[in-house]
Structures are given as structure tokens and as C-alpha cells.
Design a protein around this ligand. Sequence first.
Ligand code: FE2
Length: 474
Amino acid sequence: MRTGKIMLWIVGLCLLISLPAAADLTKGPYLQNLDIDRVTICFETDLDGQGAVEVGTDTGYGETFTGQGTAFTHDGVTVYQYKIAIDDRDADTLYHYRVVHGGVTTEDFSFVTEPDHLTPFRFVVFGDSRGGAIGSPNIEHEAAIAAIIDEGPALYFNTGDLVSGGASLDNWAYFFVAEHDLMANVPLYPIFGNHEDDEEDGLTGDDNWGRYFAPPDANRHPTYYSFDYLNAHFVVIDVEKWETLLVPDILQNGWLRDDLDAANENPKTNFTFAFLHEPPFSYKAGRTGNTATLLILNPIFRDYGVDAVFEGHDHFYARHEMGGINHIVTGGGGAPLYDFQTWPQPQTMPGYHAHDKSNHYMVIDLEPEIATLRAFRLDGTLIDEFTLEHDPPVWPADDDTVDDDTVDDDTVDDDTLDDDTLDDDTGDDDEIDDDATDDDAVDDDAVDDDTLDDDAVDDDAAGDDDDDDDGCGC
Ligand SMILES: [Fe+2]
């Protein structure tokens, strides 16, 4: 009897040794490139083999999409990057998914496909989340992610400097942990910052960017792209490689002008938002503004009537109008905050609207004819609010924008049954602020920047020489 038990233990041990090691996902899963009928689900593992994503409208799933990982080896360690396209989906539908790989099945996550009819939606913008490490978390970054999850956006954007060193695998490892609960369920649209423009230990920030992200426009360099979502056109620009990328493609090939022209010709879009890292002005002491943004991009934004440009680089909130274009600096996502210049004070500058030294994020609620943009501190208090208005876009007749019945089923509310997210009645019963009242917080401080960082102190791996007060540079 005793001998029999020993034999069973030995057989069991042999079986365990012969089985492949179970693999945890080392990154993700996370969503990229969402559309009406598809999304890309990305993850990384430390074990080769076929990866599978089970998908369905409930947790019974029902369909399985598979793909092979792309091997990447550095310092003798190999990981596998998966980008599995989930296509042939229905529009405006909640799907559950989970990843199965190497004997491991993840918990349940979800995504919602883009609607195919005109309806209000929300997106979030924040930036400069850099800092933190596995075992040494960036509290502000993680608090910002928790707050953004509570806002329930359809999409979210990071205006750059996602990590301190774009070439650092350790930095990215922490980033994917810090943002996991958000990016597993809401697609991230990242903007390449100067801290991503990094080189270390034989790796570059561009190498990592290309491995991790799957932007909508596969025909372009992955650090700049554009896409439509409902009635908005979004364009993401990389100003860090302005000599090698921005100038040839935007100035010589006219990509940005062609893109914005097409957006203006598209009757279904009536709002255009641009995203880049370094603004054309700065309220940070010792900084001016980014020359390429100021001299190359802003005139194009003006020519094509871009509604707002979201930026980062300065670790605070600021809103400034330049040449008729709204520039919004939202760099309060976790990097050490900057002080404002004291002379001239920001509020004395032409074009000034608002500024606030705080960790924060922006919520943009887009309705057919009005966009409401609000900036919130992480404690939920309001920093700034303003609206933009346009004539309604033109969508197919079956996607009605006028409500003439007693059952509210569209984006314009004109009856007594208020059952949508548009607030247009006297009884305020929703979360959307539809007034033009600006209840900005107070503000206060001046001006860098160039595409070549020239501040006095260099403290990061990206060749950044800003005169930073965070000991980290830029
Ligand atoms: Fe930056």
C-alpha cells in the first residue's frame, strides 16, 4: 500500500515535469484600434505558442480568434507579442472577451464597438503619466487611471511621456500594470512624447512603441495616425521626429493637409481634434514653446479649422488660444508637477484662458452639435469647462438626429421624455452640462520650447535638458 502511494507520487511528478510551463501574460490584454466592426486585442507572454481570444456577447463567449506571437529577445529574455484582430462584429455592441494561452485563461474583459448611428459619446484625455516602477508605484498615475475608469469613456488618449524612458523595458512593464484595468476595456490612443524618443541598451523608444501599439492607420509610421469615431475626426502627430518624419510627410507630402481636408469634406464629421506632445507655448518658467508646433502645425490647424489641440509636456493644466486655435495642455497624469512662471503671469498673456497646477484629466462629451470639454482634478473638482459648437453633421436618414416622436430614441431631445444623455430641457436629469457657463478655476503664470530640449538640467535618459524641477527632466 505504502509502495503504491509512492509510485503514484512519482507518476504525478513526472506528468507535471512533462507539461509545458503555464504562462502568465506579461502585458495586457489591452485594446487597440477600435472600429464599428472590429478591435485589436494585444498581449505579451513569456511562452511561445498559439494565443486565443474567446469572444461573445455574454460570458459564454462562443467564438475564438487565434494568432501567433512575434518573438522579441533582449538580454537573453524572449517574450512574444500578440496582436489579434477581432473582426466581423456588430456595431454598438458590448462584447466580453478573455485570453487563453499556455494553459492560462484570463478573467473576463469587455469592449464596446463604435455605434453606426449618430449618438453622444465621451472620450478622456490625460498625459505625462511617466514615473513609477514595479514595486514603487506612481500613486498619481494610478489614481488618474481609477478616476478615468469611473468616467466611462469610449476612448482615451495619453498626450505623451507615457513612460520616463521609452527604451526601458522596466518602465513599460510598470506602465502596463498601472493602466491595465482601463486599457483592457477601453482602447488607448497614445501620443509619442520626448521621453518615448529614447535609446538605451541597444533599444529605442520607437522599437518598443511599434511592438506594443497597433494604431488605426497601418500604412503610416505608428507614432502618427488619424481616425474617425462617430462625428469626430482625431489626428495624432509625432512632433519629436519633426526633422525625419513630420517635415517630410506633413510639409512635403502634405499628409496632414490632405487628412484634414478629407475630414472637412466628410459630412459625417463636424469636430476635429488634434493631439501632439509639445505645445507651441508654455507657462512653465524657462520654457518657450515647440517651434515645429508653432510654425509648421498651428498654421495648418488654423487653415482647416481644427477645434482643439490636446498637448502635454508641461506637467499642469493650461488652456490658451493661439491663432484662433484652442491649445489645451493636459500633462497632469502622474509626472511631478511644474510651477508656473511668475513673470509674466499666465493670466496676463494674450490668448490665456486657464491654468492649474494639479494632477488631472479631461472629459470631453461630444453631442451632434456641441462639445463640452471639462478638466477635473483627481479629487473630482472642476478646473475648467468650455464648449465648442458646430452645425450638425449629416448622417443617413435612418440615423435620425431630430426627435419627433414620444419615444426618445435619438441624439436630439425635443420631447418631454428625457431619456438620453443630451440635456436640452429645463429639468436637468443627466450628467452632461449643456450650458455655456465657464466655471474655470483661477489661475496664474509663461513660456520654452523647442523640439530640441535645451533646458538647463538634464535628468533623463531621453537627452532631455529641461530645467526641470522634478529632478527628472522634461
Ligand atoms: Fe515631455
